[in-house]
Design a protein around this ligand. Structure first.
Ligand code: P6P
Length: 336
């Protein structure tokens, strides 16, 4: 019987592609895989929160129900802490980073940055949400507590990145610098199976994803690009199609498969944009470039930006190379 490769078999079969000592990546990814399964289970029953009392209120046992993003954060921290590969973690849910200083972490080489549940406000309307993660080698001395500099590294130093998409199916999509592979979770078996090998985004596309409700706040170059997308020109396949889910992982994943560009620009209400450089834009930029696409802040490659703060925001243009280049053309022409 022909069957898909499991995540574990894939890692064993592709050890040459992983810039890690044998086994480290599989241990790291198995923590992420385990936490992903647990988060997935909580999300799938979120609709029942009505019966059990809304998250953030007391349930029938009078226990405080955690908000799902706080719960997801705790699940990822506890599973990653239980492994010896990670010496620290920074998260969208926490003001400061956490250093793992137990004995098992004394030889740990890697730090993780994570958005444990991006788009969580969409859960109660049953829209796909996701976990986004980014992995770096530590630069501080092994055996010492991690430092802020371990986390403030440019995206071009990432050793791995990926996301879990909790949607119509649950998927794990990641890269270690040798292409992008997607794994679909089979809840009946409890394993992730290779369903999307060597993912590549189409060079060009017809989909542009942006919250046009903020049009009045956008930079002139973005306004001009949007109008360009909407012009009638069959020779260049226009008008394009507008698709915006309002959940980065969902919009990114659809564009990765079909071609398209996602833009969250700066604006008068979001002077530096909304998305976070370290645990949203850098990991998604790494994946996108590994899939043959591009990611910039409208002018500069995202992965070449030097971070200065853990939660800093940047404008984000990400998707098919031709589409990102076109948007950057307008940004260059109409600098404001
Ligand atoms: P807006 C979710 O809050 C998020 O961080 C991304 O997942 C999503 O793409 C974006 O913000 C949506 O923001 O301002 O359009 O609602």
């Amino acid at each position: 019987m022909q069957r898909h490769t499991t995540l574990g078999e894939f890692i064993i079969g592709n050890q040459k592609d992983f810039p890690y000592a044998k086994g480290e990546l599989s241990a790291l990814l198995s923590s992420i895989r385990l936490a992903g399964k647990m988060v997935n289970q909580e999300i799938n029953k979120a609709g029942l929160a009505e019966i059990l009392g809304k998250f953030g209120s007391d349930n029938v046992q009078g226990e405080e129900q955690m908000k799902l993003d706080v719960l997801a954060n705790d699940l990822f921290i506890s599973t990653l802490r239980s492994r010896g590969e990670i010496c620290g973690i920074a998260s969208e849910e926490m003001e400061d980073y956490v250093s793992f200083d137990e004995d098992i972490h004394k030889d740990a080489k890697y730090v993780v940055l994570i958005d444990p549940l991006d788009g969580s406000s969409n859960i109660d309307v049953n829209v796909t949400v996701g976990t986004i993660f980014s992995i770096y080698r530590r630069i501080s001395e092994p055996g010492t507590p991690v430092t802020l500099e371990d986390f403030l590294q440019p995206g071009n130093k990432q050793v791995a990145a990926g996301y879990l998409a909790y949607g119509t199916s649950t998927m794990l999509v990641f890269t270690t610098g040798n292409g992008v592979n997607g794994f679909t979770y089979d809840p009946g078996i409890g394993s992730f199976f290779l369903s999307h090998p060597k993912m590549q985004i189409p060079e060009d596309g017809k989909i542009y994803s942006i919250n046009e409700g903020n049009y009045v706040h956008f930079p002139e170059g973005v306004k001009k690009y949007i109008k360009w997308c909407q012009e009638l020109d069959p020779a260049t396949n226009r008008p394009l199609t507008s698709r915006y889910i309002g959940s980065l992982v969902a919009d990114f994943h659809r564009n990765l498969l079909k071609g398209g560009v996602y833009i969250y620009p700066k604006g008068t209400t979001a002077p530096k944009g909304k998305l976070r450089l370290l645990y949203e834009c850098n990991p998604m930029a790494y994946l996108m470039e590994q899939a043959g696409g591009a990611a910039s802040d409208g002018y500069t490659r995202i992965m070449d930006l030097d971070p200065t703060e853990l939660h800093e925001r940047v404008p984000f243009f990400c998707g098919s190379k031709t589409m990102v280049a076109k948007a950057e053309e307008f940004m260059d022409q109409y600098r404001d």
